[in-house]
Design a protein around this ligand. Structure first.
Ligand code: NZQ
Ligand code: ZN
Length: 388
């Protein structure tokens, strides 16, 4: 097991009706908030009124910034920073999914950073030293941004989608009401499950040794997602299954499952290129990238892939030799993604091979990506070819 420090300070408020507590939670930090959200869903399904009421009941003054799109863009972050500065905002409430939360996080570190542009953080040119406090009402189980230290933003001018890590961006609280996810379309639900699984994979596939406890936590979380996703797809208002997915989304990415192990994150970088260049929904980029990455790297540690096949997918130990067992586990993952309605090839997304080198080079600015296997340009291109 590797040395580690684990500290996650986000207060989780879980269960039915919990969005009512937003105002009281914000009040601990400020009386003036930015209410940040996406497109139609918050108003269409009545959440907006409940949030506004909670703010009004607790005397929180607020202004709004809406319209955050999936693959959230830098221009909106800049607009948010200006709004917060002009209106002396002391708290940002993100109501939505990963895109809204990531946009809120970037605004939060951008507001006090007067000597440069917020994009400096994402390009590794500056380190955030202060942030406006943020809180979250989560409406989609996927990105895990509700208690992660990461924000991922798309600079639409350079077509670069980059993540920035800082514990300053950890939400003060995350309100998780599984009922708020009943209205998710099936495709978004499935994309979310693929993303939850991918956050576990990025930690599970490690070359670190003696990680028994976190291996088993990862395997348990993966099995929970595999069992509960078909249930919510068949019955979107199954509270218990939605609750399992919601908690899995948070635990997959709050840092716990990565303790004591070197994490990978190569596949996410490739998936972010697909999001940046082709606007692909993050979870669909993941369902295409991960099986291809697995087929490319499994020989680096067949034992780990065998364990994955046995413990997560129940592959019979007599199935064949080590390699066939490892490959059977990868096949079962691909079959699962197909079964829940996700693409597993670039062809299905109508993406050709003309930009593979360009995408690889963009990701390699700071050296090879990934840790399970360090990926160079030709590796990334080969993984994308395997994803065809
Ligand atoms: O805009 P509205 O109308 O709200 O519609 C949204 C959006 O179109 C819809 N939606 C959300 N809640 C809903 C709903 N529709 C019906 N009912 C509801 N309850 O869902 C669509 C997708 O929302 P989005 O926020 O984009 O989804 P997700 O949570 O998957 O976030 C994806 C973003 O997170 C980043 C991804 O790269 C991507 O940009 N990630 C952030 C991470 C982090 N900060 O830790 C880690 C992840 O790996 C990921 O990279
Ligand atoms: Zn992800």
């Amino acid at each position: 097991m590797e040395n580690f420090v684990f500290q996650n300070t986000t207060k989780i408020i879980f269960g039915k009706g919990t969005e009512k507590s937003a105002g009281a939670e914000i009040k601990k930090y400020s009386n003036k908030a930015l209410l940040h959200y996406g497109g139609q869903s918050i108003k269409k399904y009545g959440l907006y009124e409940r949030v506004i009421k909670s703010l009004a009941d607790t005397g929180i003054e607020f202004i709004e910034l809406s319209g955050v799109a999936p693959n959230p863009v830098l221009s909106m972050v800049e607009e948010g920073i200006e709004l917060c500065r002009k209106n002396n905002i002391g708290f940002i409430l993100a109501v939505g999914g990963g895109s809204v939360i990531d946009s809120a996080k970037a605004i939060a570190i951008g507001v006090p950073y007067e000597k440069g542009d917020v994009w400096d953080f994402f390009m590794g040119k500056a380190k955030a030293e202060a942030a406006v406090s943020i809180g979250v009402i989560l409406t989609i189980t996927a990105a895990g941004s509700e208690s992660s230290v990461v924000s991922v933003i798309l600079n639409e001018k350079t077509q670069m989608k980059k993540g920035y890590h800082s514990s300053l961006m950890l939400p003060k609280f995350a309100i998780l009401n599984p009922e708020l996810t009943y209205t998710l379309p099936a495709f978004q639900t499935a994309c979310g499950s693929a993303d939850i699984m991918s956050h576990i994979f990025e930690r599970y596939f490690t070359q670190s040794k003696n990680t028994d406890l976190t291996d088993r936590l990862c395997e348990g979380a993966l099995k929970t997602v595999v069992e509960n996703t078909p249930i919510v797809l068949a019955n979107p208002e199954n509270y218990d299954a939605r609750a399992e997915l919601m908690w899995a989304s948070t635990l997959a990415h709050n840092g716990l499952l990565g303790t004591g192990r070197i994490e990978d994150w190569g596949s996410h970088k490739i998936a972010h290129e697909l999001g940046a260049v082709y606007g692909i929904t993050h979870g669909a980029a993941i369902s295409v990238t991960f099986p291809a990455w697995m087929k490319y790297v499994y020989k680096q540690n067949i034992g780990r892939f065998k364990q994955f096949a046995f413990r997560v997918w129940g592959v019979d130990p007599c199935f064949g030799d080590d390699e066939s067992i490892a490959l059977e586990g990868i096949k079962k993952l691909g079959d699962f993604f197909k079964e829940i309605g996700l693409p597993t090839s670039l062809k299905e997304l109508k993406i050709g091979d003309d930009k593979f080198e360009e995408m690889a080079l963009k990701e390699l600015q700071w050296g090879p990506i990934g840790n399970f296997m360090k990926l160079q340009k030709e590796d990334i291109v080969n993984i994308l070819k395997l994803a065809m």
